[in-house]
Write a protein that binds this ligand. Structure first.
Ligand SMILES: Nc1ncnc2c1ncn2[C@@H]1O[C@H](COP(=O)(O)OP(=O)(O)O)[C@@H](O)[C@H]1O
Ligand SMILES: [Mg+2]
Length: 650
């Protein structure tokens, strides 16, 4: 913040509070002696707005405002920047110019203290801040845990965006998880305040998903955005409708998180400013499902087509691993191409009978969480349920591990520590971090290898593009031990991820391409049926989605929701000639996230090309810049797998 901005903020502060000590000013605005002196000169002599009292307090002498003296002052603008994790702040600022002006699929979160005015009414501002700040900090920490950006800090609440300025394909899931995390810590905090101060602190949260355009991003990360339609307004209304301690969301948000969270439907509720009542849901909790394919599997998967050769390759690796020559097999492909489904079909098939299967997956927000997928795997391995206390967890894990092999006793502390179920006085907790890391890696390896001696082991690790460094280290060392183990390590990831196993003789890479047109058409037939009216639609969808089955499914879902298709699943017909097709919000979010991972120059080039394609009114994929003979799809850019125009006409 430049010096004049500091001067302005100090004036605002003084006007509100009347008196502020120099020590507070130094702390709040990070001033050194010289800066403080300059500030005093400016306010006392320059502007004649204050006087000095005994060299310790600055006293306001300007006009007195009539606004409520108990309203807490807004926190200074620098707070936004200071509160955003530095890697995120840097990423946003370095790609700022490419991010500005973009339409983004986002989930907006509003959180505030309900009735804070009554709560703070008789308090002096300093006291009020002491009550409010811990709440705001907890709210912001929850947002950052899921890589949202706090866009505004109001006196008694925040507004945050998930999916902007940097796109996240799962913005709504992240927002829901952040809201739930907020709920957990704030419930604890309000219990504490009730106990210690006899005060009732009530918070509430509102969520809505939609589009915004990021207009400008300032140095302090404040984002100017334009709401498209009701995106932001509705999120704020959800917050205002929420009863104390609750989280409300709209149907548009729920559509993106179905299966992943649990909700109560509250029915249609009238909303100020909108003609029609809005379907509102209360967010109750997270479900045990956190992966897209699991969520779809819960309400029926599309008939599986093709992939015969891929299944054959997997089978060969399995057979070889089964004879004690451990193998790694890596399935690589773009989002939605069918990596998880291939694994799912393989695990369901007769081929893997007689194998012990252990599944794990990294998730988009787990890169910074050590051992995220491993912890999840361990819990399922030992049948640990959500919310079990540490004693039960300890008993279950110990029982499982020692039944397997009593000599694994030494591995127990490390395993229990991963599940936070170690007794407080355990010597393991006093080891230095390096030793702990070593012991943890060893323990996990020993457990897995020992399991593979009892029964051949198929270890599945999905979505390595989101892997954390500790899990990566485990896989790296496990791979070294494979050649003599009855173990098949089956991993999958998107093309941006790399590992160092490529040269191993027991490594196989399986590149998963989009479905061939005939297979894509078969998927469509399963989804839509055979009504003659569909004839012109099928080739169009196959072309538009380029055979990506996720895009196919989502396009059909959008067509059904927008009324372009009518009927029942598996028996639809076209409602009109050829409907105008919107790109599904889910697909847009996947593509936008992919584009945001590109270096800024490539991103700009792509945007120009996409804009041109859109302006040209074609549904065709963007081509290269004029004069280049290489179509974009063959240029380096398209190695990011970008074939579709990313933005529909506004
Ligand atoms: N060969 C296939 N036949 C039918 N549906 C498929 C096929 N492959 C994938 N799908 C469907 O497409 C969607 C995306 O597949 P998924 O495996 O989750 O993609 P990825 O893991 O590569 O992101 C899922 O709903 C899945 O059921
Ligand atoms: Mg997947």
């Amino acid at each position: 913040m430049d010096f004049l901005a500091v001067v302005d903020q100090v004036i605002a502060l003084l006007r509100q509070r009347g008196r502020v000590t120099y020590r507070t000013l130094k702390r709040q605005f990070e001033l050194d002696e010289a800066a403080l002196e300059d500030l005093k000169v400016e306010l006392i002599e320059g502007q004649r707005l204050a006087t000095d009292e005994q060299g310790t307090v600055l006293v306001w002498t300007g006009e007195v405002t009539t606004s409520s003296p108990s309203a807490p002052p807004p926190p200074p603008a620098r707070a936004l920047r200071a509160y955003t994790p530095s890697y995120l702040a840097e990423k946003i600022l370095t790609s700022r110019s490419a991010l500005e002006g973009e339409r983004k699929q986002v989930t907006v979160l509003f959180a505030d203290l309900k009735g804070s005015m009554e709560l703070l009414a008789d308090r002096d501002p300093e006291e009020a801040r002491q009550l409010l700040d811990p709440v705001l900090e907890r709210m912001m920490a929850a947002v950052h845990r899921y890589e949202g950006t706090v866009n505004q800090i109001m006196g008694d609440g925040i507004m945050a965006l998930f999916g902007a300025p940097i796109a996240h394909e799962d913005h709504a899931v992240r927002a829901c998880y952040a809201a739930l995390a907020m709920q957990t810590v704030l419930r604890r905090y309000s219990d504490e305040v009730r106990r210690t101060q006899g005060l009732a602190v009530h918070f509430r949260v509102g969520l809505n998903a939609g589009e915004v355009v990021v207009r400008a991003i300032s140095n302090d990360l404040h984002m100017d955005y334009s709401a498209i339609g009701q995106t932001v307004h509705l999120a704020a209304r959800m917050e205002q409708l929420a009863t104390p301690g609750n989280i409300l969301l709209t149907a548009a948000t729920l559509r993106l998180v179905e299966g992943v969270v649990r909700v109560h439907a509250l029915g249609p509720i009238p909303v100020k400013g909108l003609a029609e009542p809005v379907e509102v849901f209360e967010l109750v909790g997270a479900s045990a499902i956190y992966r897209r394919l699991q969520a779809s599997a819960a309400h029926g998967l599309t008939r599986f087509v093709g992939r015969e050769t891929e299944l054959e390759t997997l089978t060969q690796a399995l057979v070889r691993a089964g004879t004690g020559h451990g193998q790694v097999i890596a399935v690589l492909g773009e989002a939605g191409v069918g990596k998880s489904r291939l694994v799912y079909e393989f695990l369901q098939s007769h081929r893997t009978q007689g194998w012990r299967v252990l599944e794990s997956a990294s998730v988009s927000y787990s890169k910074a969480t050590p051992y995220f997928p491993v912890i999840d795997l361990l819990k399922r391995y030992a049948h640990v349920d959500e919310h079990e206390d540490t004693r039960t967890i300890r008993a279950k894990v110990t029982g499982h591990v020692l039944t397997l092999d009593a000599t694994l006793q030494e591995a127990l502390p490390a395993l229990l520590s991963l599940l936070e179920a170690l007794p407080e006085d355990s010597p393991f907790l006093h080891l230095d971090p390096l030793q702990r890391r070593q012991r943890t890696l060893e323990a996990l390896q020993r457990l897995l290898l020992r399991e593979s001696q009892v029964q051949p082991l198929l270890l599945v690790c999905e979505d390595l593009h989101w892997i954390d460094s500790e899990t990566q280290a485990l896989l790296d060392s496990l791979v070294e031990r494979l050649p003599t183990a009855h173990l098949l390590l089956l991993v999958n990831y998107r093309p941006e991820y790399q590992h160092s196993w490529g040269s191993k003789t027991y490594y196989t890479q399986l590149r998963l391409d989009p479905l061939l047109p005939a297979s894509a058409a078969a998927v469509l037939q399963a989804l839509l049926g055979d009504d003659p009216s569909l004839a012109p639609l099928t080739p169009l969808l196959v072309e538009r989605t380029e055979g990506n089955p996720f895009f196919l499914e989502e396009s059909v879902r959008t067509l059904v929701e927008t009324g372009g298709l009518v009927g029942e699943p598996g028996a639809y017909r076209l409602a009109q000639a050829l409907p105008t097709m919107q790109m599904p919000a889910t697909v847009q979010a996947v593509l936008a996230a992919r584009i945001d991972r590109l270096p800024p120059e490539d991103k700009r080039l792509l945007q120009t090309a996409a804009d041109r394609a859109v302006r040209g009114g074609t549904a065709a994929p963007p081509r290269g810049p004029p004069g280049s003979r290489v179509p974009l799809r063959d240029a380096p850019l398209s190695r990011a797998g970008i074939h579709l125009q990313a933005r529909p006409d506004p």
